[in-house]
Design a protein around this ligand. Structure first.
Ligand SMILES: Cc1cc2nc3c(=O)[nH]c(=O)nc-3n(C[C@H](O)[C@H](O)[C@H](O)COP(=O)(O)OP(=O)(O)OC[C@H]3O[C@@H](n4cnc5c(N)ncnc54)[C@H](O)[C@@H]3O)c2cc1C
Ligand code: SF4
Length: 327
């Protein structure tokens, strides 16, 4: 048995201070990912700092944005009236994730910090550069059906498993974090990183920093948003490929477009070239197909995930068609 200490923090300052002193400690929120990792021996923190009593559960709005506390539950955010009305893309993405029971425990901050679902990462008998730097990558040349086709490195080809984060990337949210050196704001698209030569790091959060909230700026995408998730089962399965599509339409003309994909990279994958291409164009099947083609530049598969090279562009066309009302 591996022993660890458990403490509860009641303020942000206390949580950050306790972690700073703990050395090898970790925050715990819903525990739906961290406890699994501890049970499997993938991680073994000496101290768990329970942050569930921190006042970070609210969803608030002002004239320019909606701010969601890091401890807001995935289920509460997905059912929140303001989110459904103003940011339906986020509600759709959250509802497509996990199961109702898990969403009742999972928090926004925990969802952002969840680790990859690469099976070699969870199997401590296998090599994995993310779990044990320098040990190798079991998935390169192994069973890599769920793995990335964009932004991979010779060290790691894992994907980030979140649905929520794909929508927040497309919606250009901002993350507020606090740590021993103070607070800072991070554009959502910069929060997660590509594997490069240090795949053990999933994101740019510094040691000891706590996610406090996520803010989504006001937009006019509510009428024409769609989150498409393609997976092995209709529920309770991670994305093979997902697409968050948000359009601002003037009749059939696209004034602005936001697109991001999940299940294809180590971070939510923004489709900036496609967005630029579609701006000012007609919402049509031909333009959506061209946008999908542009989005696939640089894609590279690894054998078992070759099918994603066909699935991904088809998913982009389908998500744009649904968002625009073409289908
Ligand atoms: C069977 C199963 C199926 C799933 N399917 C999906 C799916 O389809 N789509 C999807 O998106 N997700 C899915 N998930 C993942 C689930 O959404 C995550 O496990 C959950 O969001 C994690 O949140 P949590 O609050 O439980 O985090 P925890 O497990 O408590 O913590 C996870 C990590 O986040 C850190 N952390 C938590 N809060 C903060 C904070 N505020 N600041 C800094 N660090 C923090 C912890 O230290 C820990 O390292 C699934 C999970 C399971 C078990
Ligand atoms: S893909 Fe990444 S997480 Fe999976 S085995 Fe390779 S290094 Fe580990």
């Amino acid at each position: 048995m591996i022993n660890f200490q458990y403490v509860r923090a009641s303020t942000v300052k206390e949580a950050i201070g306790t972690l700073a002193k703990a050395g090898d400690g970790q925050f715990i929120a819903g525990g739906t990912n961290l406890v699994d990792l501890m049970k499997r021996g993938v991680t073994a923190p000496q101290k768990l700092i329970d942050i569930n009593n921190l006042p970070l559960k609210d969803v608030k709005s002002d004239k320019t944005s909606i701010t969601i506390g890091a401890l807001a539950l995935n289920s509460d955010v997905s059912e929140n009236e303001l989110i459904i009305k103003q940011q339906p893309l986020l509600s759709m993405a959250l509802k497509s994730g996990a199961s109702p029971q898990l969403r009742n425990m999972a928090t926004v901050g925990g969802n952002m910090m969840q680790r990859t679902r690469c099976p070699y990462f969870y199997d401590t008998a296998m090599p994995c550069n993310k779990r044990k730097p320098g040990s190798g990558c079991g998935a390169i040349g192994g069973y890599n059906r769920m793995h990335a086709i964009f932004g991979t490195s010779n060290q790691c080809i894992a994907v980030h498993p979140s649905d929520m984060c794909v929508a927040l990337t497309a919606l250009e949210a901002t993350v507020t974090v606090s740590g021993p050196k103070g607070s800072r704001k991070i554009p959502f698209g910069d929060f997660h990183k590509l594997p490069g030569q240090n795949p053990e790091k999933d994101n740019i959060l510094q040691k000891g920093e706590l996610i406090e909230s996520v803010s989504i700026p006001e937009n006019d995408f509510a009428k024409n948003s769609y989150y498409l998730k393609l997976r092995d089962r209709a529920s309770y399965a991670f994305a093979l490929v997902s697409v968050a599509a948000a359009l601002s339409l003037d009749g059939q003309t696209i004034k602005a477009c936001r697109l991001a994909m999940g299940g294809v990279a180590h971070k939510p994958w923004r489709l900036s070239e496609a967005e630029k291409f579609l701006a000012g164009k007609k919402a049509s099947a031909e333009n959506f197909e061209q946008a999908a083609k542009l989005s696939m530049a640089g894609a590279k598969s690894f054998g078992y995930n070759d099918f994603k090279l066909k699935m991904a562009p088809a998913a982009i066309v389908e998500a744009l068609s649904k968002a625009s009302g073409l289908s």
